[in-house]
Design a protein around this ligand. Structure first.
Ligand SMILES: Nc1ncnc2c1ncn2[C@@H]1O[C@H](COP(=O)(O)OP(=O)(O)OP(=O)(O)O)[C@@H](O)[C@H]1O
Length: 279
């Protein structure tokens, strides 16, 4: 099995003494769609900042596609892992949107033509092409968030890591983002998303990691989010579809539906089997 990320016994204390991670051991499969969930302050952002070497391990190890994250490998790791921070203002700082998205590709020494292609493509993906010459400072928060996502897409990293990408996006932009993540994954990229959106995680992810108090509470397929002990222990809530079917136990599910189309199909089958025969 090839792993995009291998973390062993990772512990991290912030400068003010706050312990954010305590002995995290975790493997994320190459090519997977992984959702990381957990309550506020669980350690999700601190963990993600270790994946591209913004934080270096104080204890334990982090490996990206077999390469250990340390000072010596920093540049290599940054090229492999594109991180979209929770706050776009950590990332968006150039005089124009276009320059901002071009920053990553230019930094990796691509030709002017290639940079232009990548920037145009990435701005189109997040529907910000009309804003190319605007100052990021004058954009709305959600628009800056889309620019930050474009900046990482333009680098075409092997692993995409997004911290709370849905926050502050309008419904259309959320749908666009789901499409982008799907496409990036289809093109072979590992996609890792930290989110509070259990419905998104349940429907989208093929791997779910639940963390709380700086430690991994559970990892597995999305069905992890329908397990009572995981939900109770981690302070999460069940996905809406799970809650819905919990209320109608008479519908016996062979396979848990992951989205509304599958849910509708379960109900249709149930109605068909339970309706009286027509004479
Ligand atoms: N720069 C920092 N300095 C000090 N403490 C920090 C810093 N960043 C985070 N922390 C603390 O580390 C712990 C983990 O925070 P982190 O931001 O990683 O959690 P999170 O799971 O991403 O939370 P949220 O869902 O609220 O974004 C929290 O107790 C937080 O207060």
């Amino acid at each position: 099995m090839d792993y995009a990320v291998e973390i062993r016994d990772l512990a991290f204390r912030h400068r003010d003494g706050t312990v954010a991670l305590r002995g995290v051991t975790l493997k994320i499969k190459k090519g997977s769609k992984t959702a990381i969930l957990g309550p506020n302050g669980a350690g999700k952002s601190t963990l993600l900042l270790h994946l591209n070497g913004i934080y270096l391990p104080q204890q334990g190890t982090v490996k990206i596609l077999g390469v250990e994250v340390n000072r010596k490998n920093e540049k290599r790791v940054r090229k492999m892992v594109g991180l979209v921070s929770q706050d776009p203002d950590d990332q968006v700082f150039s005089p124009t949107v276009w320059d901002d998205v071009a920053f990553g590709p230019a930094n990796f020494g691509l030709s002017q033509d290639e940079i232009k292609n990548r920037v145009d493509e990435a701005l189109k993906a997040v529907r910000m092409e009309e804003f190319a010459q605007r100052m990021p400072f004058h954009l709305s928060y959600g628009q800056r968030k889309r620019v930050a996502i474009a900046g990482v897409l333009a680098v075409k990293p092997e692993i995409l890591v997004l911290d709370e990408p849905h926050a502050f996006l309008d419904p259309a932009s959320k749908a666009d983002l789901s499409g982008i993540l799907e496409r990036e994954n289809r093109e072979g990229r590992t996609v890792i998303v930290a989110t509070h959106d259990v419905d998104f995680a349940y429907e989208w992810a093929d791997e779910v990691v639940v963390i709380k108090d700086g430690a991994v509470q559970a990892q597995g397929g999305p069905e992890v989010l329908s397990r009572e002990e995981v939900i109770n222990r981690s302070g999460l809530e069940y996905p809406t579809i799970v809650r819905f079917f919990q209320k109608i136990p008479e519908i016996r599910l062979e396979k848990a539906p992951r989205n509304i189309d599958e849910a509708a199909e379960c109900i249709r089958r149930f109605l068909k089997n339970s309706s009286p025969p027509v004479h």
